[in-house]
Design a protein around this ligand. Sequence first.
Ligand code: ZN
Length: 211
Amino acid sequence: MEIESFELGPFATNAFLLWEHEGGDAVLLDAPLGVEETVPPYLAEKNLTLTDVYLTHGHWDHFAGLPFLEIQNIQTWLHPDDRLLVEQPELASSYVPPGLPMKPAEINNDLVHGQRLKILGQSTEIRHVPGHCPGNVLFFFPDQKTAIVGDAIFAGSIGRTDLPGGDFHTLEKAIREEIYTLPDDTILLPGHGPMTTVAQEKSSNPYVRPM
Ligand SMILES: [Zn+2]
């Protein structure tokens, strides 16, 4: 499986395009504003068909490009605890710079804790990692030793907990139970900034220490 990352939108949000081989299917994890201009030419160049968009969580900077992605018949996925955020984007108006498009996104599939999906033929485990917001999930691809984690944890940092529905103790517990229990050599791809690993964060993340 190939993974290409794109850093897009006013909050430099990472989107990840996953595909198996040129001419095959592709899926997108997160859809910041700008994805609608960046991803379609990339798909065309590699002759890929986008089948699904999975959202790590419902914050505006992770889905704002989705309503503008003019691709037919794509399935969209999100944890139900964040549905309200994508259906009523105006809830985010206090932290989104004025003048940017705030269009609701349509979601047609739920992601839940413990769910096992086949994504591009790869077994994928969904883990619920709330605290940054109610419905943040991670996608763990054991065969790739990789997890796409949304805004739960960053290299040397953690997601902010001061937005509506955020709670530090919930996030701390979720990181310990759902991220620090992944194999140490798992690569973590966060929603902002560079990649890291489980071992790296367990040894040096100053905000959440392992138990
Ligand atoms: Zn977020």
